[in-house]
Ligand binder design. Structure first.
Ligand SMILES: Cc1cc2nc3c(=O)[nH]c(=O)nc-3n(C[C@H](O)[C@H](O)[C@H](O)COP(=O)(O)OP(=O)(O)OC[C@H]3O[C@@H](n4cnc5c(N)ncnc54)[C@H](O)[C@@H]3O)c2cc1C
Length: 284
């Protein structure tokens, strides 16, 4: 099928794009890399009256750091982040996860803002931002607000973004001495969306893990934190018996949606396997 007709706007500045959204937000869709939106249009699952192409907004293409954080412009592509030494050094969890997103062709067009705004429950970046306790800058003509990743994802393809807002930037804390970041997922084929995935961020020390944040993808209607398992892992040394307990705990904690291809029990099992792998990696 082909996309329905639409008017096409290509603003040169953020102010121009926000003005267009203020006037037409309800009937318009932002297009960034187009890797998700074009499929929705072609399958006629979306039919906006106009597309606002934000590809020329240089304000959204910056990558900066201060003493504690990295700020990533919403238009940076997956391949930009994958090639960035700053991201590899300061955000190793995110860096590892990007290699699991689709294939090089998709990573050369798709953007971090597009992926987060799309809010696919199996997307890698949402879970990483949740594990890292990130924040997203949402801007409109009238307002700018930072929204925590934990408050941003509302359901399958649902977010806190309003019709007149653009996701302009993502702010993530830099790694600290002693911090670890593990990303892993299981997909049918390399590059497919994951059946289940895990992003684990924590501090390591003599007493075991602290500040544990364990985010999961592909097992709920949005990326989620595994709160009970996080509490179990907090402040305790990791050993084989605890790994078994933690894997059983996480499998019981989640409630994946019904899916004929991958039943909930299977996804629970995969999540336990992923956690076991992650904790074994920490012990090795
Ligand atoms: C074959 C294939 C395999 C894929 N596999 C994976 C995978 O394994 N993991 C994964 O995470 N993704 C996967 N994707 C999706 C890919 O990562 C997309 O790049 C991403 O989901 C959307 O980014 P985009 O820039 O292309 O957004 P677009 O397609 O341009 O937009 C997506 C949605 O976000 C909105 N939007 C875009 N940018 C903004 C912004 N800055 N502010 C507000 N709203 C915005 C749009 O209006 C639209 O609703 C796959 C895609 C394809 C085609």
């Amino acid at each position: 099928m082909k996309a329905p007709d639409f008017d096409y706007h290509r603003p040169e500045t953020l102010a121009e794009a926000l003005d267009l959204l203020a006037r037409h937000g309800e009937d318009a869709a932002i297009i960034a890399g187009g890797q998700s939106l074009l499929a929705l249009l072609n399958f006629r699952l979306a039919a906006p009256e106009r597309l606002i192409d934000i590809g020329r907004l240089t304000d959204l293409k910056s990558l900066s750091e201060d003493h504690g954080h990295i700020e990533i412009g919403g238009l940076l592509r997956h391949c930009d982040l994958q090639a960035s030494p700053l991201i590899a050094r300061e955000l190793p969890l995110l860096h590892k996860a990007i290699g699991h997103i689709a294939h090089p062709a998709v990573r050369h067009r798709g953007t971090i803002g597009g992926s987060l705004a799309m809010a696919d429950p199996a997307a890698e970046l949402g879970a990483c931002c949740l594990a890292l306790d990130g924040e997203f800058l949402l801007v409109s003509l009238q307002n700018r607000r930072w929204v925590a990743a934990a408050d941003f994802f509302l359901g399958v393809y649902q977010t806190a973004l309003r019709a007149d807002e653009i996701l302009a930037a993502v702010r993530l804390p830099k790694r600290r001495p002693g911090s670890i970041g593990i990303f892993d997922e299981i997909a049918r084929r390399r590059g497919d969306f994951a059946m289940a995935g895990l992003a684990l961020a924590a501090q390591t020390g003599d007493g075991g893990l602290s500040d544990v944040r364990l985010a999961l993808l592909g097992v709920a209607d949005r990326p989620i934190l595994a709160g009970k398992t996080m509490a179990f892992l907090e402040g305790r040394p990791i050993n084989e018996a605890r790994i078994d307990e933690a894997a059983a705990l996480i499998a019981g904690e989640i409630d994946p949606p019904e899916d004929p291809a991958y039943p909930p029990a299977y996804r629970r099992h995969l999540t336990g396997v992923l956690l076991r792998r992650a904790l074994l990696e920490l012990c090795s």
